[in-house]
Design a protein around this ligand. Structure first.
Ligand code: DOR
Ligand code: ZN
Length: 365
């Protein structure tokens, strides 16, 4: 694929379109990491180019744990949105063992936060302040169930003695299912589901549970982390799994069911922190996420289901209207070039390379 490093004209290549224009309601990204400072200013425009709203993860250092933190962070995000672009950040609060249920209620009433994020302590980037003893969060879960606010869950146990490829399945069994039995009214989003077990659990779990799926987990399996050597830019948490799990995700995303929707988990880390002896977990996809998703749906013969997955199902679960704005998608004769990195301060962030050509380009109208 032709790639350019600092191209302002994202998706400008590709030659003439070969398909009629497809117009869909503008997508939402129901799971994104924006960070702060220089990195925030670099990545927010990448997301705002193709998404009208995004649910912003709270794992800053220190975490976004209160309504006041979320309001201040939201303002910093809005300052990074390019002029003339309509973009709405929806905020999440970081759940700790000390979170006060009345603060959650106040954030919900004031519409400062859309959801609460549960990180098992130690499971991923900046999760140290997360939850070790799940009994301690019962009062918050009761409150969430009462007010109908979703709990977004990083679904992996942090236990190092559990094989890393099994940590999602073990989490479902040992943590999430007991929580849901105790709080049957709790509305849960299993974030970035990566396994067939996860897909089956969500599919059979009633209307109170849904899941986000990332574009990278649809594009790669675990071999991509080791193809010709270690590939830190394909490393994220939860890690990509075997091919049959990727196929289960693909069926869930393209199958037209309402319980699965797009959340990129686009997670920027500076190159110096990815190309290191201990590489940070996270794949930055914002720049090419929507065109790459269109390619995957097209290759599966499901381009007509892209809108449900990217623009409708999540809005329905979160009880908001789909975006009024539209996204034009077009398939091109030749591969469209997306940059291989974006600049951030003195360093850069690598853009996800799915390992296949993307012939789709997108533009908001
Ligand atoms: O790969 C990941 N990166 N998974 C997460 O859950 C967190 C994210 C990050 O913040 O970098
Ligand atoms: Zn994430």
């Amino acid at each position: 694929m032709a790639r350019r490093a600092e191209s302002p004209a994202i998706g400008a290549a590709g030659g003439p379109p070969v398909s009629p224009l497809a117009e869909i309601a503008c997508p939402d990204d129901w799971h994104v990491h924006f960070r702060d400072g220089d990195l925030l200013r670099s990545v927010v425009p990448e997301t705002a180019r193709h998404f009208a709203r995004a649910l912003v993860m709270p794992n800053l250092v220190p975490p976004v744990a209160s309504a006041a933190d979320a309001s201040a962070y939201r303002r910093r995000i809005l300052e990074a949105v390019p002029g003339g672009v309509e973009f709405e950040p929806l905020m999440t609060l970081y759940l700790t063992e000390e979170t006060d249920p009345s603060d959650i209620e106040a954030a919900a009433v004031g519409e400062t936060a859309t959801a609460v994020k549960l990180y098992p302590a130690g499971a991923t980037t900046n999760s140290g302040g997360g939850v070790r003893n799940f009994d301690l969060i019962d009062p918050v879960l009761e409150k969430l169930a009462e007010i109908g606010m979703p709990l977004c869950v990083h679904g992996e146990v942090a236990d190092e003695s559990v094989d890393i490829f099994d940590r999602e399945a073990v989490f479902l069994d040992k943590v999430l299912d007991p929580i849901r039995r105790k709080h049957p009214e709790l509305r849960v989003v299993l974030e970035h589901v990566t396994t067939k077990e996860g897909v089956d659990y969500v599919s059979s779990g009633g209307t109170g549970i849904a899941a986000t799926i990332t574009v990278h987990h649809l594009a790669i399996n675990r071999n991509a982390m080791f193809s010709g050597g270690m590939r830190p830019h394909n490393f994220c948490r939860p890690v990509a799994k075997r091919e049959h799990h990727r196929e289960a995700l693909l069926s869930a995303a393209t199958g037209g069911g309402e319980k699965f929707f797009f959340g990129t988990d686009s997670a920027p880390h500076l190159k110096q922190h990815k190309e290191a002896a201990v590489a940070c977990a996270g794949i930055f996809t914002a720049t090419c996420a929507v065109p790459c998703l269109a390619q995957i749906f097209d290759d599966s013969g499901a381009i007509d289901r892209l809108e449900s997955f990217a623009s409708l199902n999540g809005a329905r679960f979160y009880r908001v209207q789909p975006n009024a704005g539209k996204l034009i998608l077009e398939k091109c004769e030749s591969p469209v070039g997306y940059p291989d990195r974006i600049l951030a301060g003195n360093d850069s962030v690598a853009v996800f390379d799915p390992g296949f050509a993307i012939r789709w380009r997108a533009r908001r109208i």
